[in-house]
Ligand binder design. Sequence first.
Ligand code: PXP
Length: 253
Amino acid sequence: MQPLGKLRLGVNIDHVATVRNARGGAYPDPLRAAKIAEEFGADGITAHLREDRRHISDADIDGLMEVLSVPLNFEMAATPEMQAIALRHKPHAVCLVPEKREERTTEGGLEVAREENRLAHFIAPLREAGCRVSIFIAADKKQIDAAAKIGAQVIELHTGAYCDAHAEGRFDDRDAELVALREMAAYAHSLGLEVHAGHGLTYETVKPIAAFPEVMELNIGHFIIGEAIFRGLGPAIQEMRRLMDEARAEVDA
Ligand code: PXP
């Protein structure tokens, strides 16, 4: 078997902005977090500009585009406002996510199958502008087929249900989620889609996902930023990186 390639780690810095915004001031600064993440092994930075601007701000996106040396994965809802912002900045990647104002975090995958037409038109200019278009979806064949059909280059599989089942001790459910994620990663890859994964991943849950040979990138935020309180941001990232690499090496062994 070919040795597995290095798995990329995208560090999501949204929650540095959440803490900053709790006081309405200038610190902690998400740009500083992004630069530290780069220094400690992040292969990319992920930031979600929400419609309600509850964490990342427009100025943060301007700043990230200026200071980053690694690619920015710009998460956004499929709205005209966000499309205009993405077309102005032309980030390396645009990840389309569902957004509901009342949710605490991105709760499910994007419904692509029911919106094929609209989304195909929505992503066409982003692709033309040179952005890699990624779609955040559940491990569901119908949604993966639709993502491929509309011309997305990447899908990001939502690992939230797997992580929640682990955290709540529902291990049969967790294992079933893992099987579905593994099968759908392989299926998406067979259609020529690049496969990423993320949401809710922790030191305890990352390794089984990192071991999927088709997965090229994980995007991880909340746990790393929380862990940074105790270890510092650099060491928190390094430990995640170490576990990801360990999982890949175990498959290769
Ligand atoms: N990937 C996507 C598409 C997301 O929306 C999020 C959360 O913003 C993440 C990854 C990271 O999730 P978490 O912060 O739970 O690690």
